[in-house]
Design a protein around this ligand. Structure first.
Ligand code: NZQ
Ligand code: ZN
Length: 388
């Protein structure tokens, strides 16, 4: 049975080859000072920076820059961003980049007027913003996180060896996002594939939970089938617009809150992946890929019916003459074959995790209680060891 919920997604999307023109509609709604936030320089190489700056200038904006946002943005960089936004007296934060840049922009947006230490306030104490939030807009250049249409913001604290996400409410969602699939064509293949798996993981985190018959699970099976289909094409031809545009759209629906409505969710793969990243700074999607199958094989018996349904409806396993367990196992084997075929990283050693890090990674793993099995430290260790 579907549980009770409210649903509202306030982010306006501009999608397609002409999406950047949407900025001309959005920019007049905000004051003059724009903090332009971006990453390590890819947007300067591929020309997106020049296009965005031209539109900002044509709209009479004063541009203040905050570049150098790293993948897995840090609490130190967040503090710097807050100072820059303050100095700019920013009326709008325009994030041009991937999930890291969008997440960071949201973290800055809730911190500028709130005072105190944003890491402690939002990522340790999980407080909600009580101050004026600076509006955020996003021009997406990397697909995967769904940050373009959600309230998620993930920040890494290297000193504390913690990578923590705060899922903020609708008041923190981007006011608008520009989504041109062509902007993602210059992504290195490693990042494209990592993004594809991030999308898959977001769907599975919400799918592998609960036993109810609900619309969300059927939607998720459709999204997964579309993702697998388009990913197979994109891996061969990264400039196939049809495939890349479908992947971009699937990413947004995978994590814009819709498919979680009315049902329980898990998120344990993300907790494990984030703990690995806290110690290795590895690429988000690859950390998820490396821990997923060890985790799913560990919990499979506790959610057997759902794993068997997944095998049949997503991986086309024929259940005739098989037990639910055999069907479920075949589904995970098909998933494994596919993951290897598209080039995902299948163990955490390849991501830089060492035996000496194991205790620390176990300690950094937050435990969620919405999945089919609640893990203890011994379980977490066993799952991680299966990924070495
Ligand atoms: O920094 P630049 O030079 O721009 O290079 C980036 C970066 O190195 C590059 N890139 C992005 N667009 C490009 C490009 N290179 C060439 N051409 C382009 N068009 O790609 C690299 C990775 O970018 P990043 O933004 O880090 O990737 P992603 O979008 O995967 O974001 C990862 C971050 O998002 C968080 C992750 O934990 C991680 O910190 N997440 C956010 C979520 C949310 N908001 O809901 C949920 C996710 O589960 C995830 O945790
Ligand atoms: Zn993710």
């Amino acid at each position: 049975m579907l549980g009770n919920f409210t649903y509202c997604n306030p982010t306006k999307l501009y999608f397609g080859r002409d999406a950047l023109n949407g900025l001309n509609e959005e920019l007049p709604k905000y004051g003059k000072n724009v903090l332009l936030v971006y990453g390590g320089g890819s947007i300067k190489k591929n020309g997106i920076y020049d296009k965005v700056v031209a539109i900002l200038k044509a709209n009479g904006k004063e541009i203040f820059e905050d570049g150098g946002v790293m993948p897995n943005p840090t609490s130190d960089k967040l503090e710097e961003g807050v100072r820059r936004a303050e100095a700019a007296n920013a009326d709008l934060i325009l994030a041009v980049g991937g999930g890291s840049v969008c997440d960071y922009a949201k973290a800055v947006s809730v911190s500028v007027n709130c005072g105190g230490d944003p890491w402690e306030k939002y990522f340790i104490r999980f407080e909600e913003p009580t101050c004026k939030i600076i509006p955020v807009g996003c021009v997406l250049t990397m697909v995967g996180t769904g940050s373009e249409m959600n309230g998620g913001s993930v920040i890494t604290n290297h000193a504390q060896k913690l990578k923590i996400g705060h899922v903020f409410g609708e008041n923190v969602f981007p006011k608008f996002s520009v989504m041109n699939p062509e902007f993602t064509f210059t992504l290195p293949k490693y990042q494209m594939i990592a993004g594809i798996y991030d999308i898959m993981s977001h769907i599975l985190e919400q799918y592998f939970s609960g036993t109810d018959d609900n619309t969300s699970d059927y939607i998720m099976e459709g999204l997964l089938r579309s993702l697998i289909h388009s990913a197979n094409i994109a891996v061969k031809d990264p400039t196939d617009y049809e495939a890349r545009s479908n992947i971009m759209w699937t990413a947004t629906w995978a994590l814009n809150t819709l498919v979680a409505k009315g049902k329980t969710t898990d998120w344990m793969v993300h907790m494990l992946g984030q703990a690995v990243a806290a110690h290795t700074d590895a690429t988000h999607g690859m950390t998820l890929a490396a821990v997923s199958l060890p985790y799913y094989r560990f919990i499979m018996d506790s959610g057997l019916d759902k794993f068997a349904r997944y095998a049949v409806n997503v991986w086309h396993v024929d259940p005739k003459g098989k037990t639910a367990k055999q069907t479920a196992q075949e589904g995970l084997a098909e998933m494994e074959k596919w993951m290897i075929s598209i080039g995902l990283v299948m163990n955490i050693t390849e991501l830089g995790a060492t035996e000496e890090m194991l205790d620390g990674i176990v300690k950094s793993t937050l435990v969620m209680d919405g999945g089919y099995k609640i893990l203890n430290a011994v379980d977490i260790r066993a799952v991680l060891l299966a990924s070495y």
